[in-house]
Every structure is written in C-alpha cells, then in structure tokens.
Design a protein around this ligand. Structure first.
Ligand code: ADP
Length: 302
C-alpha cells in the first residue's frame, strides 16, 4: 500500500509566489523517505499541505486510504508531525506534554496512559517523565517532540528538518532513534538539506528544487549516479556505430560526438585505449557538467 500519493500538487501563495509547481510523489508503506532540497525549495510548503496546515491551490493527496480533502480527519489521524521548532510548553512535564496530545486525539485515558509510557520508553525518556521540559537537554527536547508526535500511533511520521541546528552528537542519536521507529513499522518521511542524513537513513529519496521534483529514485541508484563522471568526446572521423568498451557507458550525440559516462574510480586511459583499438580518433575530451552533482554541491554547501 502507498503511505502517501500526491498528484499534480500546486501552491501559489497570496503574494503570487509559486512555491510548489505541480508535483507528483509516492511513498510506499514502511519506507524511510527523504525529501531533500535547498532552502526555499518548497519542502515545508509540501509538508504543510500534507498535514492540512497549508491549503493547496490544486492537486490531490491520499494518505493511506484517506483522501485528504474528503476525509481530512481520517487522513490527519494517520500522521504524526515533528515540526522544525520546539513548540511544546516548556513549563509542563514531559509526561503531560505527551499525554495531553493523546487527549487531543480523543484517546481514552487508559490507552493514553499506556501509549505515553510506550513512547517515552521508546525515546528513552521514561526516567524524565516528571521533569519540567525546560530542564531537558536539546537532544532530549527533540525526543519529546517525537514521542508527542507518536502517541496517537500514527502510521506515517513526518519530520521537517529534525536536525537543523542540532549538534552532531544529538543528530546521530536521533538517527538511531528514528531507525528504530521505522523498523517497528512506521513509515517515515524526512525533509532535510543534509545529504549525509538522507544517505544514512533513507531508502528512497526525492529532490525538490524551486518547487519541482528534479529526482525521485532509490538512494543506492542516486549515489551510484553521483559517483559518475560525464564527458563529451569530439571525433576526427564521422562514426555511425557506437563503440562498446567495457566499464564505460557510451552514447552517440551525433556523427562526430560521443557522450561517455564512467565511474570516477575508473581510469580515462583505458577509455582512450579502447577507442583507439576500435579505430576511433579522438580530437578532444571535455568534462560535461553533471546537473545532479551540482545540485548536491549546492545543497550540502549551504
Ligand atoms: P523549504 O521548506 O524548502 O525551505 P518553503 O516551502 O518554506 O521551502 O518555501 C518555498 C517558497 O515559498 C519560498 O520562496 C518561500 O519564501 C515561500 N513561502 C513559504 N511560506 C510562505 C508564506 N506563508 N507566504 C508567502 N511565501 C511563502
């Protein structure tokens, strides 16, 4: 089953700014999915729409079997959202923050008590249950946010840049926690602009840039493609057939030009040798810019 399917989603803000330009996206149940993009790409807008916090201009969204527009309450009940900013009352105890959220979802008291205990234990916060939350460390506060988002047993947990501005130790411990939550069956969608985070946690990934999905693929395939170098090869004599040289992916652009993709770990000398053995004379070999790689560089250098 699909945990999320989005069709042709658009969002234009009142200012006239088009934040989301007709995106399609699907996330399988059980997946750990990354929505990666630079600042201003449209990640939070998309998440806001999925969580019914922002109105879409047009498009269709299904959360599991619920149509977001027609069955809003049911759709919302499937989702647990961990927003970017810590937004609980810092003068409340950890226990109350979590159990009050269960009450908000209308959970009977007995079940709420059980669920609160379960979530706080899962987040290793049970021994802090009576602590006033402002006394917690930054990492613990983040875990309270996750416990609160999970108390009503959401099937889909959405985290909006959960580790933005969080130091590396806390980030790593959050990664472990999230992996455990996913292993216990909860589908997770995570927005981030850290490639490392997406790489560590996620099986599938979509990259959003300027309101458009520019990649939607599995993590392994994406990393393999990032590891490729691309060249344009100008030839001296026109060529009608594409040569086959093992280790290289070669395509014919026109009679006098080939495009070559090769893993960065493979030597170019072998390419020249192979071409020359095939009787092909090369005039020049130029580096072709890789849009995907450039996008990643932009992302990770923010
Ligand atoms: P991201 O989460 O990827 O950083 P956002 O979804 O927050 O991106 O923003 C996408 C674009 O929409 C940005 O250009 C941002 O300035 C704009 N935007 C976001 N929220 C609003 C709003 N409430 N009103 C007007 N423009 C907004």
């Amino acid at each position: 089953m699909k945990a999320l399917s989005i069709r042709n989603l658009k969002k234009t803000y009142a200012s006239g700014l088009v934040a989301v330009k007709g995106i399609d996206l699907e996330v399988e149940e059980g997946d750990f999915f990354a929505l990666l993009g630079p600042n201003g790409a449209g990640k939070s807008t998309t998440i806001g729409i999925i969580c019914s916090l922002v109105n879409a201009t047009s498009g269709e969204i299904k959360i599991f079997d619920a149509d977001l527009r027609k069955q809003t309450q049911l759709a919302k009940s499937y989702i647990g959202l961990v927003p970017q900013e810590i937004n609980f009352n810092q003068f409340e105890t950890v226990f109350n923050i979590v159990i009050n959220q269960a009450g908000y979802y209308g959970m009977p008291r007995k079940e709420a008590l059980k669920q609160t205990e379960y979530c706080l234990k899962l987040m290793q916060l049970w021994d802090k249950k009576d602590t006033v939350s402002r006394r917690l460390s930054g990492g613990m506060k983040r875990r309270v946010m996750i416990a609160r988002a999970m108390v009503h047993k959401p099937r889909l947990l959405i985290l909006d840049e959960p580790t933005a501005g969080v130091d590396i130790e806390i980030r790593r411990s959050m990664w472990e926690t999230l992996q455990e939550v996913n292993q216990q069956g909860t589908t997770i969608i995570l927005t981030t602009h850290y490639l490392e985070e997406a790489e560590t946690l996620c099986r599938n990934i979509a990259i959003i840039n300027q309101g458009e999905i520019v990649e939607d693929t599995d993590m392994q395939g994406l990393l393999a493609r990032l590891d490729e170098a691309h060249y344009v090869c100008d030839l001296k004599v026109a060529l009608s057939e594409v040569p086959v040289i093992s280790g290289y992916h070669i395509e014919r652009d026109n009679d006098l030009q080939l495009s070559v993709s090769v893993s960065k770990s493979v030597s170019l000398n072998d390419l020249f040798k192979g071409l020359s053995e095939a009787g092909i004379e090369v005039l020049s070999l130029k580096n072709k810019s890789n849009r995907l790689e450039q996008l990643f560089l932009d992302l990770i250098h923010q």
